[in-house]
Design a protein around this ligand. Structure first.
Ligand SMILES: NC(=O)c1ccc[n+]([C@@H]2O[C@H](COP(=O)([O-])OP(=O)(O)OC[C@H]3O[C@@H](n4cnc5c(N)ncnc54)[C@H](OP(=O)(O)O)[C@@H]3O)[C@@H](O)[C@H]2O)c1
Length: 282
């Protein structure tokens, strides 16, 4: 379903709605028409923040979803909160830095829900924020392990099955920090830039097998992860005075993009990084 139609005599409904301040209602109606019924998804970090918003959208669309992270209580609470939605949600305890946990995540998902059609690599960490000369080898290794290698491993575990079935969609949650560095963010930018390039490489290699790979690069979104930034008055003032859409983003605004990328409606879209940042790096 097109999100945008160019007809001069019929203004884009999204723009008109924006003026009427019910932007989100229109996007909600658009995404509500997308179905993931019968599809199985894995969402790492699906119990809170952006991952939780993606879980909600996918469950509304009828997907059966394994949500995976370290804290089972968050995952279970999310599964309970969304229990009335059409899709089933299966909480799976998993540290994405441990290969054995990732193997068991995929095994449990396939056994309980079926073969994996959609993979969302969303879990990430940000240790080592600060002066570049303070970055240690351990920080470097840990950041690569959690933010990059986990995606590589999950792709290795799920993509062979997708190749057999000739369909699949992988979505990597990256960041505008992977497109534009900021002082103090050496490792975070490095890992997100790496994942962007891996997304493009995978898209090239696996496109002929019917599998699409895309990334979403959020700007500042209000979650626990970014608390340090959105609680900083100077950062908020800067956003309000310089960003084309002068506010902090909402996790749902990433969820809407993820459901589109996961769906068959995005069948001609691969290898891209969708920037959702209120225009911060426009
Ligand atoms: N918020 C922003 O402004 C922003 C901007 C750009 C990009 N992003 C990206 O968006 C994604 C989600 O972040 P968020 O803002 O939603 O943060 P969040 O609310 O803090 O969520 C982070 C998620 O990652 C999981 N996680 C962390 N370490 C893990 C590990 N070792 N193993 C398994 N899961 C782990 C956490 O679950 P547990 O604690 O239960 O393990 C949690 O569910 C990240 O990739 C982040 O880089 C966020």
């Amino acid at each position: 379903m097109p999100l945008y139609t160019e007809k001069p005599d019929q203004p884009d409904p999204l723009c008109r709605a924006t003026r009427r301040r019910d932007r989100r209602k229109v996007i909600q109606e658009m995404s509500a028409s997308i179905s993931l019924k019968g599809k199985v998804a894995i969402i790492t970090g699906g119990g809170r923040g952006i991952g939780k918003a993606i879980t909600k959208k996918f469950a509304e669309a009828g997907a059966n979803i394994a949500i995976a992270s370290r804290k089972l209580e968050n995952l279970t609470a999310t599964a309970e909160e969304f229990a009335s939605l059409p899709g089933n949600i299966l909480p799976v305890e998993c540290h994405v830095g441990r290969n054995a946990d990732l193997e068991s995540l995929v095994r449990i998902t396939e056994k309980e829900l079926g073969p994996v059609d959609i993979l969302v690599n969303n879990s990430a960490t940000n240790i080592g924020q600060g002066p570049a000369l303070n970055v240690t080898d351990d920080m470097f290794d840990k950041m690569l392990e959690i933010n990059v290698k986990s995606a590589l491993r999950l792709v290795r575990l799920t993509v062979p099955g997708m190749i057999e079935r000739k369909r699949g969609s992988v979505i990597n949650i990256v960041s505008i920090a992977g497109l534009r560095p900021s002082t103090g963010g050496l490792l975070y930018s490095l890992t997100k830039a790496g994942l962007i390039m891996m997304t493009r490489s995978w898209a090239r290699e696996f496109g002929p097998h019917g599998i699409r790979f895309n990334a979403i690069a959020p700007g500042l979104i209000k979650t626990d992860f970014s608390e340090f930034f959105w609680k900083n008055e100077d950062v908020v003032k800067h956003i309000e005075s310089s960003q084309p859409i002068p506010r902090i983003g909402d996790p749902d605004e990433i969820g809407f993009a993820a459901i589109y990328l996961a769906s068959d409606e995005a069948s001609y879209l691969t290898g891209q990084t969708i920037v959702i940042d209120g225009g911060a790096i426009a």
